[in-house]
Design a protein. Structure first.
Length: 468
């Protein structure tokens, strides 16, 4: 329905589009060389088609973004906003004849306020850059996706991303206080606040977070910060089965413990990390659980959690002795997805989230699916959140294996819904999970979400073909 209201810019209109864009943008901000624009065609998701952009635009100011959207509205040209293109759902994939609006040049940290505990940033700021900048002020920006060294704050906002520390500190949405958003017709809307509290009107800030650029273009964000916590210490626990590791997760959460992270790697993931980085992780284990605390006395917390792991059947529990050893263990976890990609060359990375109490059933189900389709499927998980990342490893050049990979991916999502979960905990819907979103939220939910899209983007030019 939305796609039918717009058309890709025809070849004869290309010159007009470029000229109109150049009337409000410097020449270096408008890229038309086909070899260059092709490099902006897609993000990191598999099985998501990408079109050919008409032009790539790299604005540096809010006014330039407004000019792009006014031009797009006048000429009825679709616009696909992008950050670092590290996403895993196809949300940043180009459509034929579109304007790719890359926000990576809008990369300034505009303000850091220790009193108000906020940072004001542009969308192209790299997550790790912001984290290090606020740390100099004794502050902490918790959301830390595994790609934090390359992903942008705008992309994190667009997909509602999470990270390793969500079990204690929550996800990106909980740190976005306010936004400046350029709408489809070029108007600038401000949402939210700078204050610690505020409930004026509908919460349009939360509506924009996770909307994947389909409702507006985020050009500025007010982010909440926390005081910098003490250095965390990590514990590694080996288990004879994934079920035992998941039992330990349930015991830890039921016991009222608040770890700063609680991560799980199955045997396939552990082996892949060792093969890639030679980190010496214990390959005899069926599941490796990492727990961390950033409390004033982390050693005592780790001891208590270690005892719960042993009660759940852990064969070995090893607390890190210092920050360096802790960081090595976290590095292993951060390498998981990269390592699994190296197994066969291509991966489909799921991010099904289930209730913590069903985590064991989720991992057992994934193992059955891997056997059914004769595939390597490694699972790493933000276990404290119930957020699993079953990662299907396959050879993209093998048509039969690729087909089985896609079928197994869908079966994993069906399993997640069966267990009372959701099809995406932090990667977003994009193109990859549109059909599954409709299954999760039902026809009334789809109808209401389309009504919201219509209100914000009546011409359907903002990131068409994504989410709905």
């Amino acid at each position: 329905m939305i796609m039918s209201r717009i058309q890709a810019a025809p070849d004869e209109a290309q010159g007009n589009l470029t000229d109109r864009l150049l009337s409000g943008l410097p020449a270096e901000a408008v890229l038309t060389d086909a070899d260059v624009t092709a490099s902006y065609a897609n993000d990191m998701a598999s099985f998501c088609p990408a079109g050919t952009p008409a032009v790539v635009v790299l604005p540096r100011t809010v006014e330039q973004v407004q000019h792009v959207m006014r031009t797009a509205t006048e000429l009825r040209v679709p616009v696909v906003p992008q950050g670092a293109r590290s996403g895993l759902s196809g949300a940043a994939n180009a459509t034929d004849g579109c304007i790719v609006l890359s926000l990576t040049k809008m990369d300034r940290i505009l303000e850091i306020s220790p009193v108000d505990r906020i940072a004001v940033v542009e969308p192209g700021v790299i997550n790790a850059t912001l984290s290090r900048a606020v740390e100099e002020h004794g502050l902490y920006y918790p959301p830390d996706p595994s790609s934090w060294e390359m992903c942008t704050i705008g992309g994190n906002i667009g997909t509602g991303s999470g990270g390793l520390c969500c079990v204690k500190y929550g996800v990106t949405a909980e740190y976005v206080l306010g936004l400046d958003v350029v709408l489809a017709d070029g108007r600038l809307m401000s949402t939210g606040r700078r204050t610690a509290k505020g409930v004026a009107g509908y919460d349009l800030t939360r509506l924009i977070v996770g909307s994947e650029g389909s409702l507006g273009i985020v050009v500025r964000a007010v982010l909440a910060l926390k005081p910098k916590p003490p250095q965390q210490l990590v514990l590694a626990a080996e288990f004879p089965s994934a079920a035992a590791a998941c039992d330990a997760v349930c015991r830890i959460m039921e016991g009222g413990h608040v770890p700063s992270l609680l991560e799980l790697m199955d045997r396939t993931t552990v082996k892949a990390v060792n093969d890639l980085a030679h980190m010496g992780l214990p390959e005899t284990t069926e599941a490796l659980l990492l727990a961390a605390f950033d409390t004033p006395d982390p050693a005592a917390d780790l001891a208590a959690v270690g005892a719960l792991c042993e009660a759940a059947g852990a064969t070995e529990v090893v607390p890190a002795e210092d920050a360096a050893e802790s960081e090595m263990l976290l590095k292993a976890r951060r390498l998981s997805l990269t390592a699994l990609e190296a197994v066969k060359g291509t991966t489909m990375i799921d991010d099904v989230c289930v209730p913590r109490s069903r985590l064991g059933a989720m991992l057992e189900g994934v193992e059955r699916i891997a056997a059914k389709y004769d595939l390597t499927i490694g699972v790493c998980a933000h276990a404290g959140d119930g957020n699993t990342h079953p990662t299907v490893c396959f050879d993209a050049a093998d048509a039969a294996e690729s087909r089985r990979a896609r079928e197994s991916f869908d079966e994993i999502m069906a399993l997640g819904l069966e267990l009372g979960g959701t099809i995406t905990g932090e990667h977003g819907v994009g193109m990859l999970k549109k059909e599954w979103l409709a299954r999760e939220i039902g026809p009334v939910g789809v109808e209401m979400q389309r009504a919201v899209k219509q209100a914000f983007d009546p011409l359907g030019i903002l990131n068409p073909g994504k989410v709905l």
